[in-house]
Design a protein around this ligand. Structure first.
Ligand code: GDP
Length: 459
């Protein structure tokens, strides 16, 4: 399975920047570097360098100097890929980086496929599949929570949990099989009473992990949020207030349907994906002109509706119409404009909508903290500590856990029905394999290729 050839790619982003890095990995990495790199210090070669040290010099195509660079060496197995790795830190202009990469490729390396460096780290046994996937999650993280969650997964928080469960199962299988082979020395008498509580406990743990999958999805993708309200209620102002909080990380993404724009924002660390349907700014218009269906559609896929009410204006029929759309949805009613005199009846709204109400001013920002608290209560059980908490953010992991849980339930059923132990081991092994699947230990080539093909170049 190990590919020993030497690969290279530009590891840094596709914009012009101060520094750009070309990464070379494989048995020939150092030799390739020595073919194109001339140290300023006479007589020094890359080959002479111990791991984690660097030389300053020129990247040369024959007699032609292409760029000044720092050449950094990491020696196997102490590198990202576990192979010899050389990083050429050049100036970060795309044209020059591409020329240097071409030179590297002419000098004995081949272009790396997307994710191939990380694939080698995985095949080299430095990280497991869950950790490899977290690398990509971290690179593509859309918000701070997602970045932190993937960092925890890269540290191995999920893997450790899975490994423990897996080992426990293997011990049981080993014991049962020993007893079946050698009944004189190992007894299965009363073994069900030992096995049952442990399987039950394992199931509790697996179910707990599965229960994080919903939050995991919200962390990964953001809480899909639609803002509804009458014209002039302050929807745009609220949106701006939300955007203003972390303007630097706002990204605009073309929505899945025409006329929608999705924007990732964070309200003090909570990731919201605001679905800015064409109708947001004129919900009531939408209701009237295009019909309730279209407006309904805009809330159908939403995880959350923020219903903005102008606190300084009495409610009317338009509000009633909007309220009808909110039935069965997760809603936070935002009574806006608390900086001016209030006329709406908060109690009445609460009775009508049966959802939390937050009073704030989209103009001054007062009350935004309240909105955050409301969001954590609604979506994260009131807590949002992301220290070493494990969240299932990956669909592949979720499916494997579900399969493992099914097999463990079969074990319990088997115990209840007093099935022979060798039947139990079949289900135990099925669960063991599913756990192994998360770690990549029972991963076939196709799946490995699928995981790594999602990576970006140079990682
Ligand atoms: P939209 O039509 O629902 O998007 O409403 P806008 O956000 O455009 O706001 C309508 C008007 O209300 C604007 O003149 C805003 O300046 C004003 N407005 C919005 N939020 C507040 C607030 O919290 N306090 C006050 N006093 N005015 C606000």
């Amino acid at each position: 399975m190990f590919q020993k050839d030497t690969i290279a790619a530009i590891a840094t982003g596709s914009v012009n920047a101060g520094i750009g890095i070309i990464r070379i990995s494989g048995t020939e990495a150092i030799a390739v570097a020595d073919r194109i790199f001339r140290a300023k210090k006479q007589g020094k070669t890359v080959e002479q360098l111990p791991g984690y040290s660097a030389l300053f010099g020129n990247v040369c195509d024959g007699d032609c100097v292409l760029d000044e660079a720092v050449c950094l060496v990491m020696r196997a197995p102490n590198s990202y890929t576990t192979e010899d790795v050389v990083e050429l830190q050049c100036h970060g202009g795309r044209i020059m980086l591409q020329r240097i990469l071409d030179l590297v490729l002419r000098s004995g390396a081949r272009p790396a496929e997307p994710g191939e460096f990380t694939k080698r780290a995985f095949l080299g046994g430095r990280i497991d599949a869950a950790q490899a996937e977290s690398v990509m999650d971290m690179i593509y993280a859309r918000n701070e929570l997602a970045a932190r969650s993937s960092a925890a997964q890269l540290r191995g928080t999920l893997s450790l949990r899975i490994r423990e469960l897996r080992e426990m199962i293997l011990e049981h299988v080993a014991y049962i099989e020993s007893a079946l082979d050698d009944p004189e020395n190992y007894s299965l008498e009363g073994y069900g009473d030992v096995l049952r509580p442990q399987i039950e406990e394992t199931l509790v743990q697996v179910d707990r992990l599965l229960a994080t999958a919903e939050e995991g999805k919200l962390i990964r993708e953001g809480i899909r949020t639609v803002i509804l309200g009458k014209p002039n209620a302050g929807k745009s102002s609220l949106l701006n207030q939300l955007l203003g909080e972390e303007r630097a990380i706002v990204t605009e993404i073309a929505g899945t349907t025409r006329d929608t724009l999705e924007e990732d924002v964070q309200i003090q660390g909570i990731p919201l994906r605001i679905i800015d349907t064409a109708g947001i700014r004129d919900t009531v218009d939408t209701v009237e002109k295009i019909g309730v269906d279209k407006a309904k559609n805009s809330v159908t896929d939403a995880d959350l509706v923020l219903y903005v009410v102008d606190g300084a204006r009495p409610l009317d029929m338009d509000d009633t119409r909007i309220m009808e759309l909110l039935e069965g949805r997760r809603v936070i009613t935002v009574i806006n404009k608390i900086d001016v005199e209030q006329t709406v009846d908060k109690m009445w709204i609460m009775e009508q909508i049966k959802a939390p109400v937050v009073e704030l001013s989209a103009r001054t920002g007062e009350g935004m903290e309240e909105l955050r608290k409301c969001l954590t209560d609604m979506f994260f059980h009131g807590t949002l500590s992301m220290n070493d908490e494990v969240y299932i953010t990956n669909l592949r992991h979720k499916q494997a856990l579900q399969e493992a849980a099914d097999s463990l339930r079969q074990v319990l059923t088997g115990l209840e029905q007093q099935m022979p132990e060798d039947f139990l081991t079949i289900d135990l092994m099925a669960a063991y394999e599913q756990f192994g699947y998360i770690l990549g230990e029972t991963l076939n080539d196709d799946l490995a290729n699928e995981i790594f093909s999602k990576f970006c170049m140079g990682k």
